[in-house]
Unconditional design. Structure first.
Length: 368
């Protein structure tokens, strides 16, 4: 079991620690719903040291990335970031990633999922053999700390040298945070505004403590992976192993916007065949239910007596629940004929059907 540089800090703060993707991580400090509410209303601090972090540089770095992933690396401007996926030859999703072009235009940076890191790196190194490129795993030498929530900019600006008001969404810059040189991106996985700091090894505790001190007056607290999952679910963001995995392709997962067909990436030919065939016959949808039962991963979805799909993720929505009435949300793959918004379906719990309605994704969008 691997540990991030902040493991002792989480234990000292009373976090409940659990294994996640091969790492010992804080799942919660308080109640998950309370932590989610804190992020929506104030701000929360996350240790993301379990995520994989990889530098890519060399004369053919751009050409290498065009082959590796689905988005158009050539269109990423210096200091900008794009979401993408790694596919196999059958067009099935091996991971979803963020691809960064360095602010100084001297290479790229990729953030990958913890549970897929070993497989991703093996794949990245295999493809790199055909290019003049260096793939450097810096997961152990670069920490990752995120702040998310409407107070994020106010808190971060107190300890950051850069003008954060001018930093756009899905952009990153070189900056100093509490005097430590690093890169800082305006990205996140909660649906809120926020930043992710890539912290040089040995400075993680200093930066974590500085964030906590700066956030005290703004109601910020540390947040665990449980609330992070609830927040990303409300924001309609996919989680590998739930909405996407090695049995799904980007088109049925409604992620075609992150697939650019103007370059020859692994899996492109398979996606072209799917398009020519008119799809796979299933589509990812959102579901809402006010049932006392909550849809959970793996529950069947039915239309009358016919099973037409399966739940990917399900949870109580702390943001949508009002006045003591719970609103439960879920994502599910259903047969395309039943994917229209407003379609009344059922999720099945122990052979008992519970009502739900197809709804638009995301479930939550932050006020602008």
């Amino acid at each position: 079991m691997q540990a991030t540089a902040l493991e002792s800090a989480h234990i000292a703060l009373g976090a409940r620690m659990v294994p996640f993707g091969g790492w010992n991580m804080p799942v919660q400090y308080r109640g998950i719903l309370d932590e989610a509410k804190t992020v929506r209303e104030h701000a929360g601090l996350f240790d993301l040291g379990h995520m994989g972090r990889v530098k890519v540089y060399g004369p053919q770095a751009e050409a290498y990335l065009q082959r590796l992933q689905t988005n158009d690396a050539a269109a990423i401007k210096p200091g900008r970031i794009r979401y993408a996926m790694l596919l196999d030859d059958d067009g099935l999703i091996q991971d979803d990633v963020l691809v960064y072009r360095n602010p100084k235009d001297d290479g790229f940076f990729i953030v990958i999922n913890a549970g897929n890191a070993a497989r991703d790196l093996e794949r990245m190194n295999a493809i790199a053999k055909d290019f003049d490129v260096t793939v450097e795993d810096c997961t152990q030498t670069l920490g990752m700390i995120a702040i998310q929530g409407p107070k994020s900019q106010d808190i971060t600006q107190q300890i950051c040298s850069a003008d954060l008001a001018s930093l756009g969404y899905y952009a990153w810059i070189d900056a100093e945070v509490c005097g430590v040189p690093m890169t800082l991106s305006r990205t996140g996985y909660t649906g809120e505004d926020g930043f992710e700091a890539y912290v040089p090894n040995g400075h993680e505790q200093k930066v974590w403590d500085a964030f906590l001190k700066a956030g005290e007056a703004h109601g910020m607290t540390p947040i665990g992976l449980g609330a992070r999952d609830t927040l990303r679910h409300e924001a309609g963001m996919p989680l590998y192993g739930h909405e996407i995995n090695e049995t799904t392709n980007p088109l049925e997962a409604n992620l075609g916007w992150a697939v650019k067909m103007n370059h020859d990436f692994v899996g492109k030919a398979a996606l072209e065949r799917v398009t020519e065939a008119g799809g796979t016959g299933r589509t990812l949808v959102g579901l809402i239910t006010h049932s006392k039962r909550c849809p959970r991963q793996g529950y069947p979805i039915a239309a009358g007596d016919k099973t037409i799909g399966e739940v990917c993720s399900g949870s109580i929505s702390p943001t949508l629940s009002k006045g003591g009435t719970p609103t439960n949300i879920a994502t599910a793959y259903v047969e395309t004929d039943f994917a229209a918004i407003g379609t009344e379906l059922q999720f099945v719990v122990r052979d008992k059907p519970e009502p739900c309605v197809v709804t638009a994704l995301p479930f939550y969008k932050r006020p602008r």
